[in-house]
Design a protein around this ligand. Structure first.
Ligand SMILES: Cc1cc2nc3c(=O)[nH]c(=O)nc-3n(C[C@H](O)[C@H](O)[C@H](O)COP(=O)(O)OP(=O)(O)OC[C@H]3O[C@@H](n4cnc5c(N)ncnc54)[C@H](O)[C@@H]3O)c2cc1C
Ligand SMILES: NC(=O)c1ccc[n+]([C@@H]2O[C@H](COP(=O)([O-])OP(=O)(O)OC[C@H]3O[C@@H](n4cnc5c(N)ncnc54)[C@H](O)[C@@H]3O)[C@@H](O)[C@H]2O)c1
Length: 627
């Protein structure tokens, strides 16, 4: 395909008086995700977007992949592609490399950005790099003349670093004056704010197209977390509309589509040339919005009917939902690809194209603060170390038992968050709270769990999911850190428990497991549907998650102490030695996942005779509920 400048394409659309739309994608985290993104790009090609664009990971973390995907999208998929390029950590030589590479592969469109800082850091200009997007635009024009069409970012609510909206608009004008051809805005949910922004831009002489960035709401939790972290204004009526349906994922998605259609109509009436969709690598909602706006024909939609997908053999792979990320909102937002196809899915499938990296600029570059940064104090410990005390986790730990007590305090509700858990235990854990406290006090440091459920109404307040008239099931699941000694003892114990499956891995990657397969841990039966299996435990995802899990321990907790402090040394040693383990009790009818821990604490090295050991004996269990 001969590539074209997007600004010329916009001009042509304007002449024919037809609105356009475009789709943003990000580089998926895994190679399987990348492969599936290509499939998805191929399918979305049928919608005939004016262009697509590929983001540049925070701090250049995805630069090679961004270049590769942009090239394939342009040359293999035949999509007009715009590559994002940021200044973060980029010396001029690397900027030239990226632009030369783009040029040599036929890409003619660049979104020039300052970029967000790498996770957990403040933005800094590097030696020999650029400080602002305007400098990058100027540089591209100087070195490449008119070859590239350049777009830049605009912020209807003002950029998070800016002193005032007026000043931000002045800097936006500087980018346009430096040679930018058009503007794409940050997402927003209040159209009035966008319209005022455009009017202010026009009043200071910004005359180029200003394209609104739109993100369909995919899940209630994701939406609330994302808009809170990025401080995006949400009109009250949207929150009021979501309130009664917030527990019904399918309804939330449908509302997200309706809202997007309404917003898009308003924006088109206002006179925007086109709509830019933040797809999060998902296709279903965007497809429905385009259908709602009558911008696509039935022919363009038909290949996406369920039977066509099934014939392509994609169904099985799209049903996989690893459980590990359930407590991580940022990962959760970036990786909820699976929710697209299965409204009850919890966490990203590592093979899904929507399985992304942690850095999501839609959060406005906001990284949740480490453990106590919001309320840190410097103090001197009994050992004389001067440390920053993360109040949020209590006093600085001096022994492993102190660390155990922090985890236990979280489960008993005295500490509100842990590095892996942004909010307190959920209602789902109420009946197993005491057992979790016991585990943690004894050195099994839990970060995730679910109790066994043997058939409860899908509307059950504590355990239900997925809307009305269903029946839901869960296998008991616990994920925790444990010392190498405790890990070995547990593994020995599990040799006599055929119904227990586990995966254990330390930071270095030494892994132990008694299972290879993908294990369904949550499923539901709904009228007129096949079994819905939203959550699985899966080895490959676990291995990806373990890097994040150990990194969180370090970045959110141990690194908040000074390097020579006792607490830092202690935590670092635990991080380097402990195993991350998940166990599933496959006997969801009468298993007792906590038995093994009680036995170990009581120095019993194997089960006496429990339901988990033979899989058939019935016992009274405190963690199983039935209809
Ligand atoms: C459509 C879109 C796509 C994006 N894609 C990515 C991506 O792929 N990867 C990524 O990491 N991030 C991305 N971002 C996020 C963006 O990189 C961040 O918001 C970043 O913090 C600002 O980038 P910018 O290009 O808007 O910066 P700039 O325009 O340089 O502005 C940055 C800040 O500096 C201020 N400023 C500008 N010029 C001056 C000056 N001369 N003196 C003083 N202050 C000044 C501005 O008011 C603003 O507060 C995207 C944002 C949008 C809206
Ligand atoms: N619960 C389900 O099976 C299910 C299924 C489909 C969809 N959903 C939807 O997914 C979203 C989130 O669901 P969720 O309830 O599973 O998410 P969650 O984040 O509340 O789940 C994490 C689970 O781990 C527990 N946990 C957290 N920290 C822990 C720790 N340190 N030690 C031990 N356990 C800990 C929590 O109490 C909770 O039970 C909701 O919108 C929900 O409707 C849930």
């Amino acid at each position: 395909m001969t590539s074209m400048k997007i600004i010329d394409k916009i001009q042509k659309k304007k002449e024919s008086n037809t609105p356009f739309y475009s789709f943003e994608y990000f580089p998926p985290k895994t190679m399987e995700g990348v492969q599936n993104l290509y499939d998805r790009l191929g399918r979305m090609l049928l919608f005939e977007p004016l262009f697509i664009d590929i983001t540049w990971g925070a701090g250049g973390s995805t630069s090679a992949l961004t270049l590769e995907i942009a090239e394939k999208a342009q040359n293999v998929c035949g999509l007009e592609t715009m590559m994002h390029l940021t200044c973060t950590n980029m010396p001029v030589s690397e900027i030239i490399y990226a632009l030369d590479k783009a040029k040599s592969t036929g890409i003619r469109n660049i979104l020039a950005l300052r970029g967000d800082p790498p996770r957990g850091e403040e933005w800094k200009k590097i030696e020999g790099g650029f400080a602002y997007a305007a400098d990058l635009v100027r540089f591209i024009r100087e070195k490449y003349g008119d070859y590239f069409c350049i777009s830049v970012a605009g912020y209807p609510e003002g950029h998070s670093d800016c002193v005032s909206k007026e000043e931000d608009i002045r800097y936006l004008k500087e980018k346009v004056d430096a040679g930018a051809d058009f503007i794409i805005t940050q997402l927003f949910y209040d159209c009035d704010i966008f319209c005022e922004f455009v009017e202010k831009c026009r009043s200071v002489g910004i005359n180029c197209p200003i394209i609104p960035g739109i993100m369909p709401i995919q899940t209630y939790a994701g939406f609330v977390r994302m808009t809170t972290l990025s401080k995006t204004k949400v009109p009250q009526y949207i929150m009021d509309n979501l309130e009664p349906i917030k527990d019904n994922d399918e309804e939330v998605k449908k509302y997200g589509v309706r809202l997007c259609v309404e917003m898009s109509k308003r924006l088109l009436d206002f006179g925007v040339e086109g709509l830019h969709f933040y797809t999060l690598n998902l296709e279903r909602s965007v497809r429905k919005v385009l259908k709602g706006l009558q911008l696509v024909t039935p022919d363009q939609l038909s290949p996406f009917l369920p039977w066509a997908q099934s014939a392509a053999g994609n169904r099985l792979k799209e049903e996989v939902r690893p459980i590990f990320w359930q407590n991580r909102p940022r990962s959760y937002i970036a990786r909820t690809g699976s929710w697209d196809e299965f409204p009850n899915g919890r966490w990203g499938d590592y093979r899904s194209p929507a399985f992304g990296d942690l850095s999501d600029y839609h959060l406005g570059g906001v990284t949740p603060p480490p453990g106590g940064s919001a309320n840190n104090n410097t103090t001197t410990t009994t050992t004389g170390d001067s440390v920053v005390v993360p109040n949020i986790y209590g006093d600085s730990p001096q022994s492993e038992q102190d660390v155990y007590n922090v985890f236990a305090s979280y489960c008993s509700g005295n500490i509100k968050r842990l590095p892996w858990n942004d909010s307190p235990l959920s209602l789902e854990s109420e009946n197993i709270k005491e057992q979790l406290v016991f585990l943690n006090k004894n050195g099994f440091l839990t970060i995730n769990s679910q109790p066994a459920i043997n058939g409860l109404p899908s509307t059950d307040k504590q355990h239900g999911w997925g809307g009305k008239n269903g029946i839901v099931y869960k296998k008991a699941y616990i994920e925790f850190f444990a010392s190498p000694e405790n890990t070995l003892k547990l593994i020995e114990y599990f040799k006599k428990c055929p119904m227990i499956t586990y995966h254990a891995v330390n930071r270095k990657g030494d892994s132990k497991t008694n299972t290879k397969g993908t294990n369904a841990v949550t499923w539901g039966i709904f009228p007129g549907k096949e079994i819905i299996q939203p959550t699985v435990v899966d080895h490959n995802s676990f291995m990806v998650w373990k890097d994040e899990a150990f990194a969180l321990w370090e970045t959110q907790w141990s690194s908040t102490y000074s390097p020579s402090s006792t607490s830092r040394t202690l935590l670092d040693s635990m991080i380097n030695n402990y195993y991350l383990i998940n166990i599933v009790d496959n006997n969801f009818i009468n298993g007792n996942i906590f038995q093994s821990f009680t036995d170990l604490v009581n120095n019993l090295s194997s089960p006496v005779l429990s339901s988990s050991s033979n899989g058939i004996q019935s016992s009274t269990t405190s963690n199983t509920a039935s209809i």
